[in-house]
Design a binder for this molecule. Structure first.
Ligand SMILES: [Zn+2]
Length: 437
């Protein structure tokens, strides 16, 4: 099924703005994920930043992008790159770090597979994906590249290895796009540093919420794992393929090297791509050692063996599919096993259902899971206090908050009003900002 087709876009203005810069969110305004935003100034230079989808059931997609020659992708999470293959309709150049480009194939293939199995429509096919893989222009952090009359460069965003903030110099001023950021160092990525700018577009996922101390959460996770293992159980740790799973491996390898940890799912393939791009990993040797230390599950017999492990780290992070459900279906019969969730469980996800009702769908059956369930905050997003501090240190005259539900965005806005002009945009509406408000 075709969701939308090139050229049928209606709400994007035809003419460039007279001055300043126009932002037009196709998705990602007053919502988390599903990001896509068109920037354009009076020179007619036009750039798309991110083009993702929200992997809900059914998925949500951003609005159709108008014709655009260049797109920059902040990182390889599906809510930021999921729709990129559709841009081959316009032969758009896709810009990103080398690591983001390297991981894109795994993410796109998985999206294609899932939409096929679940019967959800997708606006691109395998041929588009192949073409998109040939459309990457990769950049090192700090290296300038041209987009029309603008100069752009990427900076580390924390969040996950290879994740980038985008600094854009137009003839009128500087705009910084945060992408998903974390200002703290994590086991595999260095934290984001503020960049002086006139306009800051800031993600606000954690607006109004602060994280517990990261180190204490890591210690709490390790001691809970050791407790489960000492009573003869297996700890199942569902984790995202890009970022969280590798963080968990690093933590366990560092703190409890005697454990037998099995690593399954898409994360194993993503990690191999990471190791091909060591420049983007804070301690590539440490990551490689942790990966080799873990027992990678590659087939059915490995999977059966893993049932006797101390720890299984696998996808999906929110128990919506992947090997995690296969394991859960077997581990649920022994009360000494436990499920250790490592982050936010979205509304409607299997993980959220498990937390709320003690049951979740496994292969179509509502299944009761009578196991210990614990939750840890190993988020890779900056929290409220850090986001506000980051905005202040970037000293923009204009702040745009996106990638946040409305309440979270308002909380950040309320804290910063008076210090900078705050805009909380809507999807499918154009706003024009001046660089010197
Ligand atoms: Zn992300």
């Amino acid at each position: 099924m075709v969701l939308y087709k090139a050229g049928s876009f209606t709400t994007y203005p035809e003419e460039p703005p007279q001055s300043g810069i126009r932002l037009h969110f196709l998705g990602g305004a007053k919502e988390v994920g599903n990001v896509g935003c068109i920037l354009e100034d009076s020179t007619g230079t036009r750039l798309l930043i991110d083009y993702g989808l929200a992997p809900t059931k059914p998925p949500r997609y951003p609005s159709e992008a108008p014709k655009v020659d260049d797109a920059v992708f902040t990182h390889a999470h599906i809510d930021h790159i999921g729709m990129a293959p559709w841009l081959t309709t316009y032969r758009t150049r896709l810009h990103a770090t080398g690591l983001t480009a390297a991981v894109s194939e795994i993410m796109w293939s998985d999206t294609y597979k899932v939409s096929d199995i679940e019967g959800y429509p997708l606006a691109w096919d395998k041929r588009d994906m192949e073409e998109a893989l040939d459309s990457w222009y990769t950049h090192q952090f700090g290296e300038w590249f041209g987009v029309g009359d603008w100069r752009c460069r990427l900076h580390p965003a924390g969040h996950i290895p290879g994740a980038a903030m985008i600094e854009i110099n137009t003839p009128e001023g500087t705009l910084v796009w945060s992408g998903d950021i974390d200002t703290r160092d994590s086991p595999n990525a260095v934290g984001a540093k503020p960049i002086d700018c006139d306009i800051l577009c800031l993600e606000g996922t954690y607006g109004g919420r602060d994280h517990p101390d990261r180190q204490e959460e890591e210690e709490r996770l390790v001691s809970r794992v050791l407790e489960v293992v000492s009573r003869g159980g297996t700890a199942l740790i569902p984790a995202f393929a890009s970022g969280r799973g590798q963080d968990v491996l690093r933590i366990l390898h560092r703190e409890a090297p005697n454990l037998e940890v099995h690593y399954d799912g898409m994360g194993t393939r993503v990690t191999r791509e990471w190791m091909g791009c060591p420049d983007f990993i804070s301690d590539p040797k440490g990551m490689e050692a942790a990966f080799r230390w873990s027992r990678r599950v590659t087939g059915k017999s490995d999977r059966k063996k893993a049932l006797g492990a101390d720890v299984i780290v696998t996808t999906s992070g929110m128990l919506d599919g992947g090997p995690a459900l296969w394991y859960l279906n077997r581990l649920r019969h022994n009360g000494s096993n436990a499920i250790l969730l490592t982050g936010y469980q979205a509304e409607g996800s299997g993980g959220r259902k498990l937390l709320e009702y003690g049951r979740l769908p496994i292969f179509g059956n509502q299944t009761r899971i009578p196991l210990e369930i614990d939750k840890f905050d190993l988020s890779n997003h900056a929290d409220h206090t850090s986001l506000c501090a980051f905005a202040r240190r970037s000293s923009p005259s204009n702040l745009v908050i996106f990638h946040a539900d409305e309440d979270a965005a308002s909380k950040i806005g309320n804290d910063l009003t008076g210090e900078m002009k705050v805009t909380i945009p809507n999807n499918n509406e154009s706003i024009v900002l001046r660089f010197s408000d």
